[in-house]
Design a protein around this ligand. Structure first.
Ligand SMILES: NC(=O)c1ccc[n+]([C@@H]2O[C@H](COP(=O)([O-])OP(=O)(O)OC[C@H]3O[C@@H](n4cnc5c(N)ncnc54)[C@H](OP(=O)(O)O)[C@@H]3O)[C@@H](O)[C@H]2O)c1
Length: 265
């Protein structure tokens, strides 16, 4: 029987690249993103590449607190069991902490934190009832480091990683058949993220210390999900730097973090 994957933000960036991998394995795709045109164009594009793929789309702003329940109700109305939930939709907001647009920061916190928490909770109940299912939550390399000019964003991603890793242990302890995998990509080049986060010319995307392509992220994440990994750090550069920073004196990592998060002239 055809399996179903629900991917938030599946119509762009790494969500789209992961969709291509799921579709090749004959998954039905359920996408929820904000702009209807982006969803329609992405659907047309993926169907050109993979004509047999089944795609259902829902245009919704997931930063509304009622959105998770509405997504859940939509899936119920379609009558599909979600075998895999990918909580991918998210954005950042770069700037001076106290000058950043308050409404944008609050929407980011609602999307990156509250929506991920609620969708995980809603679909976990169904997966437990069905004795199986997989959840993939997209965190970030940002979850490991204090990030100047992106404090709130880094904190949202730390929440995602900590909640998901903790739940992984909880599910293991109760011998659940449901699995949860956390994905931590480095700075991804060529997605809309950079512009949406107001991060044009920020060094971390060009310095080469942790940068990674959307295709690399999707490949590593998909492989990790299949293996049932607790955590996937994507891209070899970030994997190496993750271990190097563990043995690097704090004053050096602090210096590097400030440098990585500066705008290049
Ligand atoms: N890019 C990076 O450097 C990087 C690094 C580590 C982790 N990540 C994480 O990876 C995930 C995907 O990022 P990406 O680089 O693929 O970014 P992207 O190209 O901007 O894609 C994000 C997707 O999420 C959707 N989305 C954003 N806000 C939404 C909202 N309020 N309601 C519904 N959908 C919304 C976007 O649709 P719209 O067109 O509506 O915005 C888009 O489809 C995010 O969680 C991000 O935090 C990114």
């Amino acid at each position: 029987m055809k399996k179903t994957v629900l991917i938030t933000g599946g119509s762009a960036g790494i969500g789209y690249e992961m969709s291509r991998l799921f579709a090749r394995d004959n998954y039905r795709l359920l996408w929820v993103s904000k702009p209807p045109e982006e969803l329609a164009n992405a659907k047309e594009k993926i169907m050109k590449e993979l004509p047999s793929v089944e795609v259902r789309i829902l245009a919704k702003d997931l930063s509304n607190v009622s959105a998770a329940q509405e997504v859940f109700d939509w899936v119920e109305s379609l009558g599909f069991f979600v075998d895999v939930l990918v909580n991918n939709a998210g954005f950042g907001n770069y700037g001076d902490f106290e000058k950043n647009d308050l409404e944008k920061d609050l929407a980011m916190i609602r999307l990156n934190v509250i929506n991920v928490y609620q969708l995980t909770r809603l679909f976990l109940v169904e997966m437990e009832k069905n004795k199986g299912g997989k959840i993939m939550n997209i965190s970030s390399s940002a979850s490991y480091f204090p990030l100047p000019n992106s404090s709130a964003y880094a904190a949202t991603k730390a929440f995602v990683r900590h909640m998901s890793n903790s739940l992984w242990l909880e599910l293991k302890a109760r011998k659940s058949k449901v699995q949860i995998t956390t994905v931590c990509p480095g700075a991804i080049v060529n997605t809309n993220f950079q512009a949406a986060a107001n991060m044009q010319n920020v060094r971390t995307f060009t310095s080469g210390l942790a940068s990674v392509t959307p295709q690399e992220v999707a490949k590593d994440a998909y492989k990790g999900l299949k293996k049932g990994k607790q955590i996937v750090r994507t891209g070899w550069k970030f994997r190496i730097n993750y271990y190097i920073t563990k043995i690097t004196p704090r004053f050096i990592t602090d210096f590097m973090l400030i440098r990585e998060m500066e705008r290049e002239e």
